[in-house]
Unconditional design. Structure first.
Ligand SMILES: Cc1cc2nc3c(=O)[nH]c(=O)nc-3n(C[C@H](O)[C@H](O)[C@H](O)COP(=O)(O)OP(=O)(O)OC[C@H]3O[C@@H](n4cnc5c(N)ncnc54)[C@H](O)[C@@H]3O)c2cc1C
Lengths: 429, 278
């Protein structure tokens, strides 16, 4: 049996970042990935934030396969065929990017090449089936191949949202429909010029649109549209539990979204190239697994590090991976891979925005779970109000404003609205 | 014994489409694989090496990305992999490819005498089935094509079973020889973890056109007399006919028989008069 300092299970952004930081600190590191190569199994919208990614690979965006720097972000409320929208645009983000659209198949593959350059060995097409123990200490992994055991001083579990190994290791609980969202997504090809014209972009620039409300038939979640170089990523993601209750299939929901007049026009003439589906961990702060134990740490989606509101998943994955890799190297160099030593990993996450943000939004999932009307009623009220406000038909404005308020209070009582505002304020601010 | 496998990286043709407007192959995003027939040759070579001892060398001509296929061959257990990669080889048809490969194989043969060369019966992206025989001819090796079984192999000879259009043939040849193989030859193994790790750390040797003395008139586009005049997607098949079999089984069978009789797929035996229960 061959021995490594660090074995990383899973070649997603979390696992590759962990491997890069461990290898850079001189650790003999291996990544085991079940896909044909890192990236093949990975599904993401996907918007990748620049600064957190720079922390893992400095100036990555100058050479990594990215699609477009995002200069405009729109947020919309859909109700029936109506739509109210707000947006922010800053062309300066072309040269000083804040975020990029990426296609994960390409990006992860590139990231794995960076890992190889740092000295990481990457073994694809291989499944880790179990962990090996020495007493209570995790001491390696068992893969599905012949002569498939490997020893390690530390194992980092980066298996993504399907947390089989983390559960086996006693660190996490099995996934529950309350704690996961399901997302489906298509990549639709369109010529560059069409994309730039339809989204009012200069050459190479990118835009995002997030749509709430009827985009997901009022179910807690969003519809999203991101521009790539020569394609558009479009998808919907919602909590699993209400989706099941309301008997929608993810695919029907996506078709429902694509048929919206505003959306349809953006996609017109495009050809669907890929269809992807994936789970997203939505447990939030209150459902975090145990992050470490003697000889083992969990990172990325396995650790439920996800902030959907700001579509931050892969950056949290990369930062957590990097931190775990660093802590692994320190522990191994100190010759102490005990639980106390690895607690430094959790401290790092607590000191960074990763757990601070999750803590900040800790009430969010409960709030939306208990108030499923939020994305049904408010998009409706807002769209109606805007429609009424913009109608010019001889009714004096003062009277129209009263009508608007009456319309709103008919759909939701004054105490109800007060309660919602308070609840949303507590959950989000 | 020294076994050499000629191996080609090909697009996974089950995922290639033809652009109906331009009649060109749409290769974008199509994964590359080891030509499946070659993979069976590789498997057999490794099996024989494990039984008889010796060495398996892989030779492939292709672009730099073909290194991936060679590393994969190492993960199955091959010992050495050589990639012939140079712009000057680009555009070679099966004639030019056979020229380049045989030149290289001669060189290898001088250094480490070869006992048996394996190629696939054909590459799935061209279906020409000429490269293997072309190599054998140039090396002066006996060629055994469409092999489904190696019955016996000794220091000096090999006995194999080959598939022909009308049946099976058992033939024997002196070694060194070249065989082109069918998929029935064997089942491809699942690589062990130590071999996967060996492959991950392995760098295939890359030989360019200056490595040996090549005649540039015989390789690349210059050495390739084949010209493709047209590529087109075959028309889609029209759907079959469905005979309703839910009611009367006798009538169903009869109408089926009538239809295949009309197509001359079966004929009424002369002894059966009229064809109907006489
Ligand atoms: C539709 C969708 C849109 C998203 N959009 C965004 C976005 O815009 N921005 C953003 O930042 N995030 C987004 N996310 C979230 C983001 O994709 C994830 O947070 C991120 O991929 C997590 O990375 P990871 O490395 O933890 O897990 P993954 O990327 O899931 O990687 C896990 C890897 O482990 C491998 N693996 C699993 N089990 C084993 C095993 N037993 N043995 C070997 N290998 C194994 C898998 O094959 C996989 O490659 C989106 C997610 C989805 C589904």
């Amino acid at each position: 049996m061959e021995n490594f300092d660090v074995i990383v299970v899973g070649g997603g952004p979390a696992g590759l970042s962990a491997a890069i930081s461990a290898a850079k600190a001189g650790m003999k590191t291996i990544v085991i990935e079940r896909g044909n190569y890192p990236g093949t199994k990975n599904v993401m919208g996907g918007i990748l934030y620049t600064k957190p990614t720079n922390m893992v690979v400095p100036d990555f965006w100058k050479e990594a396969p990215i699609e477009r720097p995002i200069i405009e972000q729109r947020i919309a409320m859909l109700s029936g065929d109506q739509c109210v929208m707000a947006s922010h645009r800053d062309p300066a983000w072309t040269t000083e990017p804040n975020a990029h659209s990426v296609l994960r198949v390409k990006f992860d593959r590139w990231l794995s090449q960076q890992a190889e350059k740092a000295g990481v060995m990457i073994i694809p097409e291989t499944i880790v089936e179990d962990l090996l123990y020495r007493g209570d200490q995790v001491a390696g992994v068992r893969t599905g191949r012949g002569e498939g055991d490997l020893g390690a001083k530390i194992v980092i579990i980066a298996e993504g949202v399907n947390n089989f190994l983390a559960v086996k290791a006693g660190l996490a609980k099995p996934l529950h429909p309350h704690n996961v969202a399901v997302a489906v997504k298509e990549i639709i090809t369109l010529p560059k010029e069409k994309i730039e014209d339809r989204f009012c972009l200069e050459e190479g620039q990118g835009a995002t649109i997030e749509l709430y409300g009827d985009s997901t038939a009022g179910i807690m979640g969003t519809g999203f549209i991101y521009t790539n170089k020569e394609s558009i990523s479009i998808g919907v993601g919602t909590l699993l539990q209400p989706l099941i209750q309301q008997k929608w299939t993810p695919n029907d929901l996506l078709e429902h979204f694509k048929a919206k007049p505003y959306v349809k026009r953006l996609l017109q003439g495009g050809e669907t190239k890929e269809y992807l589906a994936h789970l997203i961990p939505e447990g939030g702060y209150t459902n975090l697994p145990k992050l470490y134990r003697q000889g083992v740490m969990v990172v990325g989606d396995t650790a439920m590090l996800m902030n959907s509101l700001n579509r931050e998943g892969s950056n949290l994955a990369m930062i957590s991976g990097m931190s775990a890799g660093e802590v692994a190297a320190q522990a191994i160099s100190a010759g102490d891979t005990s639980e106390q030593m690895l607690a430094a990993y959790e401290r790092k996450l607590r000191d960074s925005f990763v757990l601070k943000d999750l803590h900040h939004y800790r009430h969010m999932s409960k709030f939306f779970e208990n108030n499923p009307h939020m994305l049904k009623i408010y998009p409706e009220i807002i769209n109606h109000a805007a429609g009424m406000y913009l109608t010019v038909d001889g009714v004096p404005k003062k009277q129209r404003q009263k009508e608007i308020l009456r319309m709103a209070f008919k759909r939701r009582s004054i105490p109800g609205i007060m309660k919602d505002i308070y609840g949303a304020w507590r959950a989000l601010l | 014994m020294h076994f050499v496998v000629c191996l080609k990286q090909v697009p996974d043709t089950s995922e290639v489409r033809i652009d109906p407007a331009t009649n060109t192959l749409m290769r974008e995003g199509v994964p590359s694989i080891i030509n499946p027939y070659d993979a069976h040759g590789l498997e057999e070579a490794i099996k024989l090496r494990d039984q008889l001892g010796g060495k398996v060398t892989i030779v492939s001509m292709g672009p730099p990305q073909a290194k991936e296929a060679l590393k994969k061959a190492i993960s199955f257990g091959a010992d050495r992999a050589i990639l012939l990669s140079d712009r000057a080889f680009g555009g070679s048809d099966s004639l030019a490819t056979a020229y380049v490969l045989s030149t290289v194989l001669k060189k290898i043969h001088e250094a480490e005498p070869i006992d048996l060369i394996f190629t696939g019966k054909e590459a799935i992206d061209g279906d020409t089935a000429q490269t293997g025989p072309g190599i054998a001819q140039r090396l002066g090796f006996p060629q055994l094509t469409y092999i489904i079984k190696i019955i016996d192999i000794s220091e000096s000879s090999i006995t194999v079973e080959r598939k022909t259009e009308s049946g099976r043939q058992i033939v024997q040849a002196k070694l060194p020889a070249l065989i082109t193989v069918e998929k029935e030859l064997n089942e491809i193994r699942y690589a062990t973890l130590p071999n996967m790790m060996k492959a991950a750390a392995y760098e295939p040797e890359v030989w360019d056109s200056k490595f040996l003395e090549f005649d540039i008139m015989q390789m690349g586009l210059k050495g390739s007399p084949t010209s493709v005049s047209k590529i087109f997607a075959p028309p889609g098949r029209s759907g079959g006919e469905i005979i309703d079999g839910t009611k009367d089984p006798v009538a169903t069978a009869e109408s089926l028989v009538q239809k295949i009789l009309q197509q001359n797929i079966i004929m009424v035996h002369p002894l059966v008069k009229g064809g109907k229960n006489e």
